[in-house]
Design a protein around this ligand. Structure first.
Ligand SMILES: O=C(O)c1cccc(C(=O)CC[C@H]2O[C@@H](n3cnc4c(=O)[nH]cnc43)[C@H](O)[C@@H]2O)c1
Length: 216
């Protein structure tokens, strides 16, 4: 059995995590941006490790994220209680319809649009990072950049604390491989009207390094 597999989107996130790791058995791999590339890469890494007889113990989707104002501050840390594919579904004149409500057979939905974090893995990280905000993390294919878009997400997912672009893809790959999953994010920007000047990437990467000590 190998250790933990941590997937980030970009190399800067992977380097920030490497800088804080206390456990040398943890593998950190930057796999790209968005749920499709993250899911495909995770599935491949899990399958290769399994074929080599060294399956990973658990999978963590990690990196920076947008945070919902009032729930988590920029520079704060988030542990995802579940990964939600927030834009997987259909539009209608009456609003967004989640994929789960479209009448498709359950086996075609890969577990549905919401995949829970592994309870034991989440509990261990909560203990190790007591300051983290815990709650659902949305996975989106488009970074939210308007007030209307932000309000709509809050209406549909009132408990969500953050959004990012990879968690659900990684969670599907982990679920299909039967490997525990959790999402760890640090907040680089508030979710809201697009304002690149408001992004605090350095603060988020510093927080990621601090949180990485909990990965073991
Ligand atoms: O808008 C830009 O100009 C821009 C330039 C560089 C990178 C980006 C990204 O959107 C990076 C997305 C990347 O970071 C995560 N992330 C961080 N904040 C958010 C967010 O508010 N909503 C969704 N994803 C976010 C995400 O997981 C990607 O890996 C934009």
């Amino acid at each position: 059995m190998s250790g933990l597999l941590v997937l980030t989107a970009v190399p800067a996130e992977a380097e920030a995590i490497q800088a804080g790791l206390a456990d040398p058995t943890v593998a950190v791999v930057p796999v790209g941006v968005g749920p499709a590339v993250a899911g495909a890469a995770t599935a491949r890494l899990l399958a290769l490790a399994e074929l080599a007889g060294r399956p990973y113990r658990a999978v963590v989707s990690a990196g920076v994220a947008g945070g919902f104002a009032g729930r988590v501050a920029v520079g704060g840390t988030v542990l995802g209680s579940r990964a939600i594919a927030a834009d997987l579904g259909a539009e209608s004149p009456d609003g967004f319809i989640p994929i789960d409500d479209l009448g498709m057979p359950a086996e075609l939905l890969g577990g549905g649009s919401t995949l829970d974090a592994d309870p034991a893995l989440l509990a261990a990280l909560r203990t190790a990072i007591p300051t983290a905000t815990v709650g659902p993390v949305l996975t989106v294919s488009t970074v939210t950049g308007t007030t209307a878009g932000t309000d709509e997400l809050i209406r549909r997912y009132p408990d969500a604390v953050a959004e990012a672009m990879e968690g659900y893809g990684v969670a599907v790959a982990a679920s299909q491989a039967g490997v525990p999953f959790v999402e760890l994010r640090t907040v680089s920007n508030p979710i809201g009207p697009r304002d690149r000047d408001a992004w605090r990437m350095r603060d988020a990467l510093t927080a990621l390094t601090a949180a990485a000590t909990a990965l073991r």
